[in-house]
Write a protein that binds this ligand. Structure first.
Ligand SMILES: O=P(O)(O)OP(=O)(O)OP(=O)(O)OC[C@H]1O[C@@H](n2cnc3c(O)ncnc32)[C@H](O)[C@@H]1O
Ligand SMILES: [Mg+2]
Length: 190
C-alpha cells in the first residue's frame, strides 16, 4: 500500500513527535514537517485554527495540516483556551496552578484542533479531540508544555507521568488525529 504524504506545518518539535508516533504507527501516512511559527489571530479555537491553516497553505503552496492546542479551565469559562501558549510562557506551570487557587473547580479540558487544507484558497476542515481532566500541582518531568499539571480523568495520571504511548492512547491530539485519519482515508478511496 502506498502511503500518503502529509505536510504538517508547526514550530513545535514535541507536537511533531507525537503526531508522527500516532499517524505513522499504522500504514497509510507519512508526515513531512515544515517548521514555521505562524502568527495566530485572536478568536474562538475554530477561528484561530482556520486562519492558521489558511496561512500555512499559502506559505507552502499546497495541501497541509496545522494543529492548535487549547487548555480550557472550567472555572474561567474556558480561558486561557487558545491563548494558553502566552499564559504558559509568562506564568509557567506554577502560575497556571495559582490562577485557579481561588476556585474550587479545577476541571479542565485539553482541546486539540487539526485543520486540513487541500491547498491555497480552499477552506480548511477542522477535526477536534478532547481529553477531560483537572489542573494539579506539577507531577512528573517537565517534558512538554503543561504536561505536568494536567491530570487526565482517564487514568488519574498527569500527562508528564505517562509514557509517550500511554499519553498517545488517550490524548486530545490522538482523539483529533483519529478523525483526521478517517477523513483522509475517505479522500484517498474516492
Ligand atoms: O507552531 P504551532 O503548531 O502553533 O506550535 P505551538 O507550540 O505554537 O503550539 P500552540 O500555538 O498550539 O500553543 C499551545 C501551547 O500548549 C503547549 N502544548 C501543546 N500541546 C501540548 C500537550 O499535548 N501537552 C502539553 N503542552 C502542550 C505548547 O507547548 C504551547 O505552549
Ligand atoms: Mg503556535
Amino acid at each position: 500500500m502506498t502511503s500518503q504524504k502529509l505536510v504538517f506545518v508547526t514550530g513545535n518539535k514535541n507536537k511533531l513527535r507525537e503526531v508522527k508516533a500516532i499517524l505513522e504507527s499504522a500504514p497509510g501516512f507519512t508526515i513531512e514537517s515544515q517548521s514555521f511559527d505562524i502568527p495566530e489571530l485572536q478568536g474562538t479555537t475554530q477561528e484561530v485554527s482556520r486562519a492558521k491553516c489558511r496561512q500555512a497553505a499559502e506559505l507552502i503552496g499546497g495541501p497541509c495540516i496545522t494543529e492548535d492546542t487549547a487548555l480550557c479551565f472550567k472555572a474561567l469559562d474556558d480561558l486561557p483556551g487558545p491563548y494558553i501558549k502566552d499564559f504558559l510562557t509568562k506564568l509557567g506551570n506554577e502560575g497556571l496552578v495559582k490562577l485557579l487557587s481561588g476556585f474550587e473547580d479545577k476541571g479542565a479540558t485539553a482541546l486539540c484542533t487539526f485543520a486540513y487544507s487541500a491547498g491555497p484558497g480552499t477552506e480548511p476542515i477542522l477535526f477536534e479531540g478532547r481529553t477531560e481532566g483537572r489542573i494539579v500541582p506539577p507531577r512528573g518531568p517537565p517534558n512538554f508544555g503543561w504536561n505536568p499539571i494536567f491530570e487526565a480523568e482517564d487514568n488519574g495520571k498527569t500527562f508528564a507521568e505517562m509514557s509517550e504511548d500511554e499519553k498517545n492512547a488517550i490524548s486530545h491530539r490522538y482523539r483529533a488525529l483519529v478523525k483526521l485519519r478517517a477523513h483522509l482515508e475517505g479522500l484517498s478511496h474516492s
